[in-house]
Design a protein. Structure first.
Length: 287
């Protein structure tokens, strides 16, 4: 069964229009979520809206507003928002193409997969994908989704197209204020050469399938132990030693060489979720 599309519409460039579907690429459900409980009765807490003047307020009695002065708001209801009509409401409009890597990674936000909207659209979809891949280009486009317009990039990959939403420039903090003190500083050439040698030794192919969220797995183990009434396992803590002689540490690192790729790959299998383990226990108990 095909995944459920998050958004359906059209991919448009000049006079070419291709029906497409958008799918969420990230599985947020894979993370262990902790609930907020009342410590006296262990019941799950629900979020409430509280007015400083009238106390608890039901959601049905809330409205949206914008604070234009301290303590002063102008109401912006759904009817007002509905008056904002843009041409790209159901269209991913490609504005231009650019070289891959042309956009600073700090601008990237959420990731989606783009697939053809139907079988008729597959031929045109594949032509666009292969042409972009051959020229190693990305597309810069506009998309209206979740009530706002997004700047996005489209990249060929994974057999289809990958769409990533972008932060607007006024949403990204200027890096200059963070790096003013070091921007003009230059490293010693011999140290740079040694670090280049270290980078060469530590360079190998990337395969993210070998890596898992170790914190999430450790949290699952702790929860399992507490559910079983056992003492939670304690993760070993590695002491971090401060570098007293950077040059000596750099030379020693280069001499030691890179760890093999096998040493970098965790051998522990991906931990099953607490809920899945509980289901398995129930099945065994019923047999």
């Amino acid at each position: 069964m095909a995944p459920r599309a998050t958004w359906t519409g059209y991919l448009k460039i000049q006079l070419i229009t291709i029906p497409v579907r958008l799918y969420t690429a990230v599985n947020a459900a894979a993370k262990v979520r902790l609930n907020l409980l009342h410590k006296d009765c262990m019941q799950r807490l629900k979020q409430q809206y509280v007015c400083e003047q009238h106390g608890k307020v039901e959601r049905a009695d809330t409205v949206k507003g914008y604070e234009f002065e301290k303590g002063k708001y102008v109401l912006v209801d759904d009817d007002t928002l509905a008056t904002i009509k843009l041409e790209t409401t159901k269209t991913i409009e490609i504005m231009y193409f650019a070289e891959g890597g042309a956009i600073n990674s700090v601008y990237y936000n959420s990731t989606y997969y783009i697939g053809p909207g139907d079988q008729v659209a597959e031929d045109a979809f594949v032509v666009l994908r292969d042409a972009m891949a051959k020229q190693r280009k990305i597309a810069v486009a506009r998309l209206i989704m979740t009530g706002r317009e997004h700047m996005v990039t489209i990249t060929p990959g994974s057999g289809g197209l990958i769409l990533q939403t972008l932060h607007y420039q006024d949403e990204v903090r200027d890096a200059e204020s963070y790096f003013t003190d070091i921007s003009a500083k230059r490293a010693l050439p011999e140290q740079v050469e040694l670090f280049e040698a270290l980078i060469d030794k530590q360079t190998h192919g990337v395969d993210l399938s070998h890596y898992t969220d170790r914190y999430n797995e450790a949290l699952v183990d702790v929860i399992k132990a507490k559910v079983a009434g056992e003492e939670p396992p304690i993760s070993p803590q590695n002491e971090q030693h401060q570098i007293s002689d950077f040059m000596a540490a750099l030379k020693q690192s280069v001499q030691q060489g890179a760890a093999t790729q096998a040493e970098q790959i965790p051998k522990k299998p991906v931990a099953a979720s607490v809920k899945n383990r509980a289901k398995k226990k129930k099945k065994k108990a019923s047999k």
